[in-house]
Design a protein around this ligand. Structure first.
Ligand SMILES: [Zn+2]
Length: 292
C-alpha cells in the first residue's frame, strides 16, 4: 500500500494502522474564534495577524532576502507544546489538518512509545491563531489511491471544513504520506490550492518554480538541520532564500527531542534580516486570502 511513499517508513507504517480506524464521512461545522490567548512569557512578541490582515498584499521579498517557515501535519495533541515554543520565539507555521479525524478516531502508536491523539479541531481554533491552516485531506487518505470523485471529496470537504473553523479559505496543502501524481496536482490546481508540499528534502533555500510539487528544505530530525541553519544565517545571497522545515509535533515527544526545536529557534529567532512567515506568506506573498 505504501510502495509509492517516500520518507520515514515507520511513520507510514503507523499511519497505516491509523487508517484502519477512520470513520465514515461526516459533515463538520464549527464556530470561528481567532484571538491569541497566551502571550509569550519572555517578551518576544510573535507577529500576530488576523485572517483578515493576512489578505493584505505584503510581499516579504521587498524587504528581506531570507524567510523562515515551518510546516506541521496531522493536528495532534503535541501541537499545543509546539505552538507554545514557536509563539515564544516569534516563529510562524502552517498546520496541515485532517478535519474528519478527532481525539477519539485516528489514534495510533508512534514507534511503540507514544499514543498519538488528534485534537478536536472544533475546540481549538484559538490555539492556532496567528498561524496558517492548510489542507491535508479529510481522513488522511493516500490521494493517489482514490478514484477522481473520492479525491475531489477528500480535498473539497477538507477545504470547506477548514474555512468553516478558521474563517479563511485554505490556499495550501501538505500531501498525506508525501505522495501525489499529476492527476492529484491538477485537482488541487482546479480547487484553487496554490502550493502542495511533499516530504522529499531539497537541502537548499532557492525559490522553486513548481509550488504544487514543493520540496521542503528538510525535516526537523534531518541530521543536516543545524548545519543548514548555520548556512542560512551566513548566506549573503542576492536572490530570496527560503528555509522550510517540516515534521509532526508528536515526533518531538516520541523521540524526546523538544530541545532540538528550542536550539533551532534560539539560533534563528529575532534576526532583522529574516522574515518569519507562514507557508502562504512565504510562498505566495501576493495571494489575496478569501475570508469566510
Ligand atoms: Zn499526515
Amino acid at each position: 500500500m505504501f510502495g509509492k511513499t517516500r520518507g520515514s517508513s515507520s511513520f507510514f507504517e503507523s499511519c497505516g494502522k491509523m487508517l484502519l480506524s477512520v470513520p465514515e464521512r461526516v459533515p463538520v461545522f464549527f464556530e470561528t474564534r481567532l484571538e491569541l490567548t497566551n502571550p509569550p512569557a519572555n517578551g518576544i512578541m510573535p507577529k500576530v495577524t488576523t485572517h483578515k490582515e493576512r489578505s493584505s498584499p505584503m510581499n516579504w521579498k521587498n524587504h528581506y532576502r531570507k524567510a523562515l517557515t515551518f510546516s506541521y501535519d496531522d493536528g495532534n495533541e503535541q501541537d499545543r507544546k509546539l505552538l507554545e515554543i514557536l509563539n515564544r520565539y516569534g516563529m510562524k507555521a502552517t498546520f496541515n489538518v485532517n478535519t474528519g479525524l478527532n481525539h477519539d478516531c485516528g489514534t495510533w502508536v508512534y514507534r511503540n512509545v507514544l499514543e498519538v491523539h488528534r485534537l478536536n479541531l472544533a475546540e481549538c481554533s484559538e490555539l492556532y491563531a496567528g498561524h496558517e491552516m492548510a489542507v491535508h485531506g479529510v481522513y488522511h487518505y493516500n490521494l493517489t489511491e482514490l478514484t477522481p470523485e473520492e479525491c475531489t471529496a477528500e480535498l473539497q470537504d477538507n477545504i470547506a471544513a477548514i474555512t468553516e473553523i478558521y474563517g479563511a479559505v485554505p490556499v495550501g496543502m501538505a500531501y498525506p504520506y508525501g505522495v501525489f501524481n499529476d492527476a492529484v496536482v491538477e485537482e488541487l490546481r482546479r480547487l484553487g490550492i496554490g502550493y502542495g508540499r511533499g516530504t522529499e528534502s531539497s537541502h537548499c533555500f532557492a525559490e522553486q518554480e513548481d509550488l504544487l510539487r514543493f520540496r521542503p528544505t528538510c525535516h526537523h530530525d534531518d541530521e543536516a538541520l543545524f548545519s543548514l541553519a548555520e548556512q542560512f544565517l551566513q548566506a549573503e545571497a542576492e536572490t530570496p532564500q527560503i528555509f522550510y522545515i517540516w515534521g509532526h509535533s508528536y515526533e518531538f515527544e516520541g523521540n524526546r527531542n523538544w530541545d532540538r526545536l528550542e536550539r533551532l529557534c534560539e539560533m534563528l529567532a529575532g534576526r532583522d534580516d529574516i522574515f518569519y512567515g507562514t507557508n502562504r506568506e512565504v510562498l505566495l506573498p501576493d495571494w489575496a486570502v478569501q475570508t469566510k
